[in-house]
Write a protein of this length. Structure first.
Length: 72
């Protein structure tokens, strides 16, 4: 059942709102027109339940430079 998949995926994602956002974005990317959206969502949740923990992912800050403005 889907509720089992959700609870298994919650073990790897820190909040339910983040899980919802990730599942919806991933479902849109993996969906094939010839299949049902429900099947794609279940497949995505199964992938999340078997994935590595998100705590191991590190963010690398990127520097952005703003070009100086020229006087008119």
């Amino acid at each position: 059942m889907r509720s089992d998949l959700v609870f298994e995926a919650m073990a790897h994602v820190s909040s339910r709102f983040l899980l919802t956002k990730l599942v919806s974005k991933t479902t849109r990317k993996f969906h094939k027109p010839s299949t049902r959206i429900q099947d794609t969502t279940n497949a995505v949740l199964a992938r999340f339940s078997h994935a590595n923990h998100m705590a191991t992912v590190q963010c690398i800050p990127q520097r952005t430079t703003v070009p100086p403005r020229r006087a008119s």
